[in-house]
Write a protein that binds this ligand. Structure first.
Ligand code: AMP
Ligand code: MG
Length: 354
């Protein structure tokens, strides 16, 4: 049978190129294809949020994909500007400097949406996911640099500045008011999934529906390309993609829209006195989750999958199950550090070699 597909068009955007150059590079490469031919696989990359985003689309007109992808990348950059904990001029860092505030402060639509969702997931997870974890995250960063563990008094002080009840959001007015002095909002556990969702929406609004956006392991999936049975991914304990199933990866075929996200300490952990602690912290104790650990969540949306994966990294199995129950259609794989098949919570779709 003849394939609908032409060979892939793979374009990476080296970060050192100027924007104008990058745009003309993309269109120069794409311009050699017509718009009525077979479906083309087009891949573009964009460095943002400390990772490399990948946009993979199937469409007859690669030029149209290129134009839409530039808009999607701009959207990702705007979300980074709103949410970054590393950039002191980001919207969230500026907002935190207003605390304690006697009055509500205007905030962007993206920030209101992501904060509202973060608070909802914090409530549903009984605080295992906590967007006010910033003071603890900073304490652990300082201790990592000093090569020591945090002291109990330091942990206590950082935890005192936490608490979602001191964030007041007025969605209709588009404002946020932060009541507690020293509050530090850290959206690192949800922002990438939110960004992959937002980028996918941009692509879809431009008519590019067969699109996958990968934000370094947080993946939003649009309508699968026809004739392939679905989106084919490989999930690994150490992240997503790259490995072969003989090394313990799990091949999945997602035949519908949705999202998948992985949290773990494979590349981000602190080792102090020979013991490994994750960059994911347990808000109840202040301690890094003991490693190694990895969890992959499938959910309807990227922001939800991202935040649930972070929360489940902290939770016991029974608590994780009830958290997944509050988000219909969500499921998880808990990878065993010793190897072997993962534990499946809920109905994880599309596993082919399990
Ligand atoms: P992820 O890789 O999506 O699991 O996100 C990890 C990041 O989320 C960390 O680097 C912190 O910035 C932040 N974080 C750590 N622990 C938590 C937590 N318990 N709840 C919410 N965010 C967290
Ligand atoms: Mg996460």
């Amino acid at each position: 049978m003849m394939s609908h597909y032409a060979p892939p068009v793979q374009i990476s955007r080296p970060d050192t190129l100027s924007k104008v150059w990058k745009i003309s590079l993309i269109f120069g490469l794409l311009g050699i294809w017509g718009c009525r031919g077979p479906l083309q696989k087009v891949e573009l990359e964009h460095a943002a949020m400390g990772t490399r985003f990948r946009i993979v689309s199937y469409h007859r007109d690669p030029q149209k994909v290129g134009r839409a992808a530039l808009l999607a990348m701009e959207k990702i950059d705007r979300i980074e500007q709103a949410c970054s904990d590393w950039n002191p001029d980001s919207e969230i860092r500026q907002l935190c400097r207003t605390a304690p505030s006697a009055n509500p402060v205007s905030a962007s639509g993206d920030l209101i949406e992501i904060l509202s969702l973060a608070i909802e997931i914090s409530r549903e997870s009984a605080g295992a996911f906590d967007p006010t974890i910033g003071p603890l995250v900073r304490l652990w960063r300082r201790c990592q640099q000093a090569g020591r563990l945090p002291r109990p008094d330091e942990l206590q002080r950082a935890r005192r500045a936490m608490g979602i009840e001191s964030i007041i959001i007025d969605v209709d007015a588009g404002t946020v008011q932060l009541l507690r002095e020293g509050i530090g909002i850290d959206l690192g556990g949800i922002a990438k999934g939110y960004a992959t969702d937002a980028a996918l929406k941009v692509m879809e609004a431009q008519g590019i529906e067969h699109t996958l956006i990968d934000g370094g392991g947080d993946i939003s999936l649009g309508v699968p390309p026809p004739g392939r049975g679905g989106w084919r991914l490989e999930l690994e304990p150490n992240g997503i993609g790259g490995g072969s199933s003989s090394e313990g990866g799990i091949r999945v075929i997602f035949d519908d829209r949705g999202a998948v996200a992985t949290s773990g300490d494979a590349s981000r952990f602190v080792e102090i006195d020979g013991k490994r602690y994750s960059h994911i912290l347990d808000p109840a104790t202040g301690w890094g989750v003991p490693g190694p650990h990895a969890v992959t969540v499938h959910a309807a949306e990227g922001a939800i999958a991202d935040a649930l994966a972070t929360a489940i990294s902290v939770l016991e199995v029974e608590q994780a199950k009830s958290l997944l129950d509050s988000f219909p259609g969500s499921s998880a794989l808990l990878f065993d550090p010793a190897g072997g098949p993962p534990r499946v919570l809920g109905e994880f779709p599309g596993m082919t070699n399990h």
